[in-house]
Design a protein around this ligand. Structure first.
Ligand code: HDD
Length: 739
């Protein structure tokens, strides 16, 4: 039966023979038309006002016309094929089935840990300083190696928020000429457990409770504290989590650590032991707990956005890779510290970090799924010159990462995905399997063979093969046991605490008080308080007071330790590149001063964000990047009040601003809130004279709050206040944890 229905207005009609004639534009030979810049195409300006550089021809798969997965052009992808307009959909609608079925399978399992992350491309440039300790080509002077980095939180699922109190993953894939090297580290130098066999236990305890699946992305719950209080080796990592390191300001301001001791092999075969460190050029910097909570609500994607915005703005984040070097002797100890114990650090004051090269992140991924989601790291990806040690945590990891990708990426061929493909030539004998995309030639994927001319050959020693370092093995019996040198669980937690400034110690005490306050089981709190007593009695007393509990006897007497000032984030000065300065303006700001301010902030490598009552033009060609409604204090490192701020516009708030005519109502309450938060979080606050009354009205005064005459002086004041990251003197402390 043929249908003679008239076409529905606005939709394509039935396909007629005339329409099937190729038109000039639709001809397969015709050049693919690209939308002109003023046509609807990809956004060319980002939310930070930067050009995205998006190439209209590069969107989607490229090309002008929508096709099926096998390349046939489609005329209609909006209506299913039906038996009559109001009739049932036909099974023969192959396009409907393809579209829905593919969609049904779009998700892959999220990572069992580190599910939420953000990635970036970059380059690593060697300094040539490692020549005597490692033959790895990537460390050679000025050698450039492409990298892909993925930062992550550990506990939360893919859609959780960035500012969770948690460890952060810091995984770097080096696409070297000699194979891919993955340095899969964290932003903390120690780990919860000493043996990989405990990994499922710690993760089960830290993840949401299995009955209600809450809390999401948090350690503040009974099972986590049950685990860490029963496993005293976790105390060192836990105090790092409770410190400011658990809530970094940005991925750009995190240190990174390889944690385990690795072995480097020089060209002459000699070996050393090393611990890897990433040092951010912008310094290590964190937020306060209140900022973390506000950020999780105001902008749960904050770290992801911050990384992408900085790269897009050309403020490329940089880290120096360095090593602490130790003799590779039989003991594998340094001054009583077992180098195979991943719960221990070696203070930098004892063994300085020696730089090997610089990593610069200079490009954002173009597709989150293809790159950031599908990237697969594996600590077993090693290159000639870099090898592993017997650290029992590392040993288990050498199995786990390869294994997990088989489920996560659907089979054993995940190394063929574009983001995981080595940049070195691959000539393996691995064959077939799910998602095999290589078309292997030859008939003899085995060796030795004669049928494929013996190829591929094993690599002779002078052609730079990967050679496992012939490390001696300690004779012993087969047993499930731990070395006595792994049994000191408290001294380094104490070392860390005593290395912090008073402000940082207060934050640690507050974090423990909050987290244990969210536990319901009194026995868990008591057990953890006893452990805090073994770290520092004042810390235990302060947390116990906050919980309204007696201080229990400490698990053991606090050790006698020497602090390591390098562990504190306070007291140093850092460059201003890529830091964000809010510039609050009212309706009648002085255009000249505003221009001087914006240009000056830009000139110092920072990002100015003009915050105006509404969107649109502000003055002198400057356009608002945030409004009083959309601005959030937490994305700013400093704020300048550049002009008078009006009271709330009735229409915007739906309020009668004049009704409660107290002082604060004289300033738009959203600006008052922003300034008060900046003040509480100890950030620099500067006002031009026209904006000074706003500070007075909002009660923002004291250290690091300054009024200046003009835009240029405001920039100078920011340069003075911001290198320390915060106005540390403004943080309130109790004095109970001071030295
Ligand atoms: Fe792990 C992911 C870091 C111990 C098993 N781990 C993962 C990621 C990072 C780390 C950064 C995310 C990588 C990415 O972005 O894709 N893990 C560490 C560090 C550890 C550590 C620094 C200790 C020093 N991990 C560890 C152990 C085991 C695992 C002991 C298992 C025995 N880790 C995994 C995993 C993951 C993973 C299950 C999940 C997703 C993945 O590997 O690819 O295999």
């Amino acid at each position: 039966m043929t249908s003679k229905q008239p076409p529905i207005p606005g939709t394509p009609g039935p396909v007629t023979p005339e329409l099937m004639e190729p038109t000039a534009q639709a001809s397969p030979d015709a050049p693919v038309a690209v939308p002109a810049p003023d046509q609807k195409g990809p956004a060319t300006v980002s939310p930070t006002g930067q050009a995205t550089g998006a190439d209209p021809a590069a969107v989607a798969q490229g090309g002008q016309f929508l096709t099926t997965a096998h390349g046939a052009r489609l005329q209609d992808s909006d209506h299913s094929l039906k038996a009559g307009r109001r009739g049932p959909t036909l099974l023969q609608d192959h396009h409907l089935r393809e579209k829905i079925s593919h969609f049904d399978h779009e998700r892959i399992p999220e990572r069992v840990v580190h599910a939420r992350g953000a990635g970036a491309h970059g380059v690593f440039r060697g300094y040539g300083t490692a020549a005597k300790i490692s033959q790895a080509g990537l460390f050679a002077k000025d050698k450039e190696t492409e990298v892909f980095v993925r930062f992550s939180t550990v506990l939360g699922s893919r859609g959780s928020s960035d500012l969770a109190r948690d460890t952060r993953g810091f995984a770097v894939k080096f696409y070297t000429d000699e194979g891919t090297w993955d340095l899969v580290g964290n932003n903390m130098p120690v780990f919860f457990i000493q043996d990989a066999i405990k990994f499922p236990d710690v993760v089960h305890a830290a993840k949401p409770h299995p009955d209600r699946e809450i809390p999401q992305a948090q350690s503040a719950h009974d099972t986590f504290w049950d685990f860490v209080s029963l496993h005293t080796e976790a105390q060192h990592h836990t105090i790092w989590n409770m410190s400011d390191r658990g809530i970094p300001r940005s991925y750009r301001t995190m240190e990174g650590f390889g944690i385990h001791t690795f072995r480097l092999i020089a060209a002459d075969g000699s070996t050393v032991l090393v611990k890897f460190h990433w040092k951010p050029k912008l310094g290590a910097h964190s937020v306060t707990w209140e900022e973390a909570l506000i950020t999780n609500g105001a902008d749960p994607d904050y770290h992801r956005r911050d990384l992408a915005d900085a790269i897009e703005a050309g403020a490329f984040p940089e880290w120096e890779l360095g090593v602490q070097v130790f003799e590779d002797n039989e003991e594998q100890m340094f001054e009583g510290i077992d180098l195979l114990d991943p719960t221990k650090i070696v203070p930098e004051e004892l063994v300085p970090v020696q730089p090997l090269g610089l990593m610069t992140l200079n490009a954002n991924p173009s597709n989150y799924f293809a790159e950031t989601e599908q990237v697969a790291f594996n600590p077993a990806n090693l290159v000639p010159g870099i090898d592993v040690t017997n650290d029992p945590l590392l040993q288990g990891r050498l199995f786990s990462y390869l294994d997990t990708q088989i489920t996560r990426l659907g089979g054993p061929n995940w190394t063929q995905l574009p983001i995981n493909r080595p940049h070195a030539a691959v000539n393996d004998m691995l064959r077939d399997g799910m998602h095999q995309s290589a078309v292997h030639r030859g008939v003899a994927p085995y060796r030795p063979n004669t049928l494929d001319g013996g190829l591929p050959f094993e690599t002779p020693a002078d052609e730079r093969p990967f050679i496992d370092a012939p490390a001696p093995i300690e004779a012993g019996v087969k047993e499930r046991a731990v070395a006595a040198s792994f049994e000191d669980h408290f001294s380094q937690a104490r070392l860390f605490f005593l290395s912090l400034s008073e402000v940082e110690r207060e934050h640690v005490a507050q974090a423990y008080t909050f987290e244990l306050g969210k536990c319901y089981e009194q026995t868990i709190r008591e057990r953890q308080l006893a452990h805090l007593g073994a770290i520092d009695e004042r810390l235990a007393a302060q947390v116990a007071a906050g919980l309204g509990m007696e201080v229990p006897a400490p698990t053991q007497a606090p050790a006698d330790v020497t602090p390591s000032p390098a562990l504190s984030q306070v007291g140093k000065e850092w460059p201003l590149d890529g830091r964000q300065v809010g510039i609050v303006v009212g309706a009648d700001v002085d255009a000249k001063e505003l221009d001087a301010l914006v240009q000056g902030v830009h000139g110092e490598g920072m990002t100015p964000l003009v915050i105006a009552p509404t969107g649109g033009p502000v003055a002198g060609g400057i356009v608002a990047q945030r409004t009083y409604l959309t601005a959030a204090s937490v994305e700013l490192d400093a704020v300048v009040v550049a002009g008078p701020v009006p009271p709330a516009a009735d229409a915007q708030l739906g309020l009668d601003a004049k009704a409660g005519a107290d002082d604060a109502a004289q300033v738009d309450p959203r600006v008052a809130k922003l300034l008060q938060e900046m003040w509480r979080h100890s950030k620099a606050v500067v006002a031009l004279e026209a904006g000074a009354p706003v500070l007075e009205t909002t009660g923002v005064a004291g250290k690091g709050v300054e009024t200046v005459a003009d835009g240029a002086s405001a920039v100078a004041k920011l340069q003075e206040l911001m290198p320390a990251h915060r106005v540390w003197d403004r943080f309130p402390t109790t004095g109970r944890l001071a030295d």
